[in-house]
Ligand binder design. Structure first.
Ligand code: NAX
Length: 328
């Protein structure tokens, strides 16, 4: 029998946590044959609700679930962690400036990065979901000098999945026929969903769509502002779809992309496509044997270049701001 994989989830008592934990425990994160142990990391005010969620997890009698620990101590929460999903974050509240938001989150992600550095398993893989996800991932990564930087990733898979869904709706294609879509840049309103290399049942997606106005005025803003549209409709931010994307992100990272296809992940840049080294930016990646590689050699047209650059510039500004604040 396999040794259980230790999965740590922060913000476990939140709404994404509630949609996420049951799918991890039922085998959707790592595979239907992989036992898991869950560690729920919360702040003191969240511990009671996390205990309630743990009671419900018990009540599911999931065969793969080999244990649940709940703590508010990051050193305990990340002890021996193989996979860490950093969901808990400080949301932007009314009147909050970017600097306030970044420093509030620095107060969360810097100590968590250090705790990962000091306590996690050697094969730790980290996904940051909590916003601003890319820069929070950068803060955690900078606080973990003994962990290879590439193990720190930020979630743009929800944007990726949203873009596939919008493209399918526009063209009448099945979502499963759409491949090679890319989200570039920041998980924010500046992100760039790129269909120029995507295919729909093997045909170039941009040629199938053949409507640059739709692309610029409809598709890109719809994908980029989808989070706000969900809040408007649901009265609460995306939760189940965000949890689903987190599951997809880690599952793909661990189990590989299909031959010929790729996915989008926020990862430390190696300088590819002119993205400054070290920024955690979204790229097209293939994965195999628990590792990812940036898809190289894509031809970037002017339309794409301007949009990638704008999003990367925002990431550079965020990096400069957290540097200024002494967070990296
Ligand atoms: P909730 O407010 O429902 O839950 C957050 C939970 O985190 C709370 O239970 C809180 O007690 C806990 N928490 C706060 N600080 C913590 C700390 N230092 N350690 C451990 N736990 C801590 O938010 P929810 O809707 O679950 O969203 C979580 C985060 O995901 C937010 O930052 C949100 O902006 C972000 N999102 C990211 C998305 C992405 O695509 N990358 C999409 C969905 C979502 O908006």
């Amino acid at each position: 029998t396999r040794t259980p994989v230790n999965v740590t989830v922060t913000g476990a008592a939140g709404q994404i946590g509630y949609a996420l934990l049951f799918r991890i425990a039922s085998g959707h994160l790592l595979g239907a044959d992989v036992p898991v142990k869950l560690r729920l990391l919360e702040i003191p005010q969240g511990l009671k609700a996390a205990e309630g969620t743990a009671m419900e997890l018990d009540d599911c009698a999931f065969p793969l679930l080999k244990g649940i620990d709940i703590t508010d101590d990051p050193n305990v929460g990340f002890d021996g962690a193989n996979v860490a999903l950093l969901v808990g974050a400080r949301p932007r509240t009314k009147g909050m400036e970017r600097g306030d938001l970044l420093s509030a989150n620095g107060g969360i992600f810097k100590p968590q990065g250090k705790a990962i550095n000091d306590n996690a398993a050697d094969d730790i893989k980290v996904l940051v979901v909590g916003n601003p996800a890319n820069t929070n991932a950068l803060i955690a990564q900078a606080a973990a000098p003994d962990v290879p930087a590439e193990r720190f990733t930020a979630m743009t898979r929800l944007d990726h999945n949203r873009a596939i869904s919008q493209l399918a709706a526009k063209t009448g294609a099945a979502v499963s026929d759409i491949q090679r879509l890319t989200i570039w840049g920041n998980h924010s309103a500046t992100q760039y969903p790129d269909i120029f290399h995507a295919t729909i049942a093997g045909k170039n997606a941009a040629e199938v769509v053949n409507d640059e106005k739709w692309l610029a005025d409809d598709f890109i803003p719809t994908v980029a502002k989808r989070g706000a549209a969900i809040i408007e409709a649901r009265g609460a931010s995306s939760a189940a779809s965000a949890a689903n994307a987190a599951i997809d992100h880690v599952h793909t990272w661990v189990n590989g992309t299909a031959e010929g296809n790729w996915t989008s992940m926020g990862i430390p840049s190696d300088g590819s496509y002119g993205v400054p080294e070290g920024l955690i930016s979204s790229f097209p990646v293939t994965t195999k044997d628990g590792r990812y590689e940036i898809v190289q050699g894509l031809d970037i047209n002017e339309f794409s270049r301007a949009r990638i650059d704008a999003s990367v510039q925002e990431l550079e500004e965020e990096r400069a701001a957290v540097r200024e604040l002494g967070l990296i």
